[in-house]
Write a protein that binds this ligand. Sequence first.
Ligand SMILES: [Zn+2]
Length: 146
Amino acid sequence: MQKRVISLLVLLVIPFTCNKQSKYNALTEDEHYILIEKGTEKRYSGKYDNFYEDGAYICKQCDSPLFLSNAKFNSKSGWPSFDEMIEGRVKIKDSTKVYSEITCVNCEGHLGHLKKGEKFTEKNKRYCVNSLALKFIPKAQKNANQ
Ligand SMILES: [Zn+2]
């Protein structure tokens, strides 16, 4: 009887675990290098480095909203820079540090780093993010889906 309950539990748990993994988007080799292997794309190489359209940036791996275009600014660092995240969407590994890794709260994919104290904007924070970890959703398209 107990054995049967255990196999039933296994049958219920296995598909759930598999579904959990497959709900994420498939990544290219370069995206995998950033999001999973915690790599960094080449400076000035990312498609959102010099890009200032109105909309939202979502996680490439899980589509979770991360940043809004009104927080984006030109840091001339060679990577997309934001001075604020969408509240609670980005995990800061150690918020007491001046320089800390940032990941997606939802899928834990590596996004880049948070640097503090550079005085670029009033918030004095720079979320330095790899373009390869992001997908841009224009504002018009976002409204159309609502
Ligand atoms: Zn994610």
